[in-house]
Design a protein around this ligand. Structure first.
Ligand SMILES: *Cc1c(COP(=O)(O)O)cnc(C)c1O
Ligand SMILES: [Zn+2]
Length: 403
C-alpha cells in the first residue's frame, strides 16, 4: 500500500480504510503517504490538466472517482490589493470556483469515492453550510443516501438551497455546529452513517490538493506565506500536509509559513497560539457574520496548531466589520466575489502585515474558501438598489453625467 492511516494522538498505524477514528485511543486519523512507494516527479503532474485528480498518485483511492472536475481553481494575481495592503506579491487561490462553490468539493470527491468503495449506505455530516452543499451534490452523483445536520437558522441561503435541492435529508438542529457534529460522530461510531466531516481522513487528503495546485501553478516556487480562514481547522492542516508531501517527495525545495485567521467571536485557535497552549479552550457560544467559521470547538485544532507552529506562522482574529470591508474590497478592486469567511483571509493578511508577521517584501497566497453568491443576503444588507426610472435615454443620460 502506498498509504496508511496514522493516529494523530497515539501514533499507531492502520491499513483499514473503513476506520474514521483510531480504534485504540479514539484519536483522529491522518493519511500518511509512503513516499518510497510513490514514483512521481514534477513532469508527472505538469503533463496533465489542473484538478484534484491530477494528483491521483497522492490520493488514497484506486477506484473510479465520483467527480465533477473539482479543483483547478484560479490563482489570481492581485497587484492593486497587494500594493494597498503592503506586500510585494499577493495571489488569491479562489476556491469558490469549485463545482458547488467551495473547497469542500476537493474533499468530497475523494471522501465520497471512498464511501462508495466501502459500500456505505448513508453518508452524513454536520455543517455550517458548505459541507452539506458539497456532500449533497456528490452523494447524489454517487447514488448514496445523504443526511445533513445544520444549526437551525444559521446557514446561508445559497448553501441551504443546494443541500435541499440535491435531495439531501436536511435536519435542522436547535444548537450550533459543534452540537450537531457531536451527534453525527456518535451516529458514525454506532455504524448508522458514514461520516464526511473533516474528521474523515480521506476527505482531508483531497483538500491537500490546494497546496499541490499552488505549487504546480507557480512552477514549483513556494510562496513565503499562505493565509487561510480557520473554522474546524481541517483545511489549514490539510494544506500544510500537502506542502510537506511535496517537500518529502523532492518536488519543492522550501516550505511556506502557514497563517490562520478566525473571527473575533469564534477564535479558540488564535487564543491557543497567543498563549502557547497545547490544545484549545472551546468557546461554547461562537458568533460571527462569517457563518462558515462560526465554530467554537474545532476538531482538527491540534493539527492546525502544529501546522502554524512548525511552519513558523501565526494566527489572528478579525472583527465582523473587518471581514465585510475586506469582502467588499476584494470584489471592487479585484473582481473576486467571495463569501464572508473567505474574506477573513484578506482581513487577516492586513493584520499580519501591520504586526510585522508578514514582511512588505514577501510573496503571499491567500486562500478564499467559498463563493460570494453563497450568502447574497449579507451583501444586500450593505448595498443600495436605487428606485426604478422610466426607460428614457434623457433621464438615464442625466444620471450618468452625474446630475
Ligand atoms: C468550511 C469552510 C471554512 C473552514 O474550513 P475548516 O477546514 O473548517 O477550517 C472556511 N470557509 C468556508 C467558505 C468554508 O466553507
Ligand atoms: Zn490512537
Amino acid at each position: 500500500m502506498r498509504y496508511a492511516l496514522e493516529c494523530v494522538h497515539c501514533g499507531r498505524v492502520f491499513e483499514d480504510d473503513s476506520l474514521v477514528r483510531c480504534p485504540e485511543c479514539g484519536g483522529l486519523l491522518e493519511v500518511t503517504l509512503r513516499y518510497d512507494e510513490i514514483d512521481v516527479d514534477r513532469s508527472t503532474f505538469e503533463s496533465r490538466g489542473l484538478g484534484v485528480w491530477t494528483f491521483r498518485e497522492l490520493l488514497p483511492v484506486d477506484e473510479e472517482p465520483v467527480t465533477m472536475s473539482e479543483g483547478g481553481t484560479g490563482l489570481h494575481p492581485c497587484d492593486r490589493l497587494a500594493e494597498e495592503v503592503g506586500v510585494s506579491s499577493l495571489q488569491v487561490k479562489n476556491e469558490g470556483e469549485n463545482p458547488t462553490g467551495s473547497f469542500k468539493d476537493r474533499g468530497m470527491t475523494v471522501g465520497v469515492t471512498k464511501a462508495r468503495e466501502l459500500g456505505a449506505e448513508v453518508v452524513a455530516c454536520a455543517s455550517t453550510g458548505n459541507t452539506s452543499a458539497s456532500l449533497a451534490a456528490y452523494a447524489a452523483r454517487a447514488g448514496i443516501r445523504c443526511v445533513v445536520l445544520l444549526p437551525a437558522g444559521k446557514v446561508a441561503l445559497g448553501k441551504l438551497a443546494q443541500a435541499l435541492f440535491h435531495g439531501a435529508e436536511v435536519i435542522p438542529v436547535d444548537g450550533n455546529f459543534d452540537d450537531a457534529l457531536s451527534v453525527v460522530k456518535r451516529l458514525a461510531d454506532e455504524g448508522l452513517v458514514y461520516i464526511l466531516n473533516s474528521v474523515n481522513p480521506f476527505r482531508l487528503s483531497g483538500q491537500r490538493t490546494i497546496a499541490y495546485e499552488i505549487c504546480l501553478q507557480r512552477g514549483w516556487d513556494v510562496p513565503d506565506a499562505v493565509v487561510v480562514p480557520v473554522g474546524n481547522a481541517g483545511n489549514i492542516s490539510a494544506i500544510w500536509q500537502g506542502f510537506l508531501d511535496l517537500y518529502e517527495l523532492g518536488l519543492i525545495e522550501d516550505l511556506p509559513r502557514m497563517y490562520g485567521v478566525q473571527a473575533e467571536g469564534a477564535k479558540p485557535v488564535v487564543e491557543a497560539i497567543r498563549s502557547g497552549a497545547e490544545d484549545i479552550e472551546p468557546d461554547p457560544e461562537p458568533e460571527t457574520v462569517a457563518t462558515a467559521i462560526r465554530i467554537g470547538d474545532p476538531v482538527n485544532a491540534v493539527k492546525a496548531l502544529r501546522a502554524i507552529r512548525c511552519s513558523g506562522g501565526w494566527a489572528v482574529a478579525v472583527s465582523d466589520e473587518e471581514i465585510l470591508a475586506a469582502q467588499r474590497e476584494l470584489a471592487t478592486t479585484e473582481g473576486i466575489f467571495v463569501e464572508p469567511a473567505s474574506a477573513a483571509s484578506i482581513a487577516g493578511l492586513r493584520k499580519f502585515v501591520d504586526m510585522g508577521e508578514i514582511g512588505g517584501d514577501e510573496d503571499v497566497v491567500c486562500v478564499t474558501t467559498g463563493h460570494g453568491l453563497k450568502d447574497p443576503e449579507i451583501v444586500m444588507k450593505t448595498c443600495e438598489l436605487p428606485e426604478p426610472v422610466p426607460p428614457d435615454p434623457e433621464v438615464i443620460a442625466e444620471r450618468i453625467k452625474g446630475a
